[in-house]
Design a protein around this ligand. Structure first.
Ligand SMILES: [Zn+2]
Length: 52
Protein backbone atom coordinates (compact mmCIF):
# COMPACT_ATOMS: atom_id res chain seq x y z
CA UNK A 1 0.00 0.00 0.00
CA UNK A 2 1.20 3.49 -0.86
CA UNK A 3 1.67 5.50 2.30
CA UNK A 4 0.51 9.09 2.54
CA UNK A 5 2.84 11.44 4.40
CA UNK A 6 2.36 15.04 5.44
CA UNK A 7 5.50 17.06 5.85
CA UNK A 8 5.92 20.83 6.10
CA UNK A 9 2.37 21.27 4.86
CA UNK A 10 2.98 19.23 1.74
CA UNK A 11 1.64 15.84 0.88
CA UNK A 12 3.93 13.05 -0.23
CA UNK A 13 3.39 9.47 -1.15
CA UNK A 14 5.78 6.70 -0.21
CA UNK A 15 6.43 3.41 -1.90
CA UNK A 16 6.44 0.95 0.96
CA UNK A 17 8.69 -1.42 -0.90
CA UNK A 18 11.72 0.83 -1.56
CA UNK A 19 10.81 3.78 0.72
CA UNK A 20 11.17 6.46 -1.95
CA UNK A 21 8.86 9.46 -1.74
CA UNK A 22 6.84 10.92 -4.58
CA UNK A 23 4.71 14.01 -5.04
CA UNK A 24 1.88 12.13 -6.67
CA UNK A 25 0.06 9.02 -5.66
CA UNK A 26 0.21 7.84 -9.25
CA UNK A 27 4.02 7.72 -9.25
CA UNK A 28 4.22 6.06 -5.85
CA UNK A 29 1.76 3.45 -7.00
CA UNK A 30 3.68 2.80 -10.21
CA UNK A 31 6.88 2.47 -8.19
CA UNK A 32 5.34 0.08 -5.73
CA UNK A 33 3.82 -2.07 -8.45
CA UNK A 34 7.21 -2.27 -10.14
CA UNK A 35 9.14 -2.94 -6.91
CA UNK A 36 6.77 -5.65 -5.78
CA UNK A 37 6.79 -7.38 -9.13
CA UNK A 38 10.47 -7.10 -10.06
CA UNK A 39 12.16 -6.76 -6.66
CA UNK A 40 14.18 -3.91 -8.07
CA UNK A 41 13.72 -0.25 -8.89
CA UNK A 42 12.86 1.23 -12.25
CA UNK A 43 15.06 4.27 -12.88
CA UNK A 44 12.36 5.77 -15.11
CA UNK A 45 10.16 5.90 -12.02
CA UNK A 46 12.67 6.55 -9.26
CA UNK A 47 14.07 9.59 -11.06
CA UNK A 48 10.83 11.29 -10.03
CA UNK A 49 11.44 10.51 -6.37
CA UNK A 50 11.84 13.48 -4.04
CA UNK A 51 13.85 14.12 -0.90
CA UNK A 52 11.85 15.14 2.13
ZN1 LIG B 1 9.44 1.55 -4.99
Amino acid sequence: MVKEINKHGDKYFQCESCSFFYKTKELAKRCEEWCTKHHSCNIEITKHAVEI
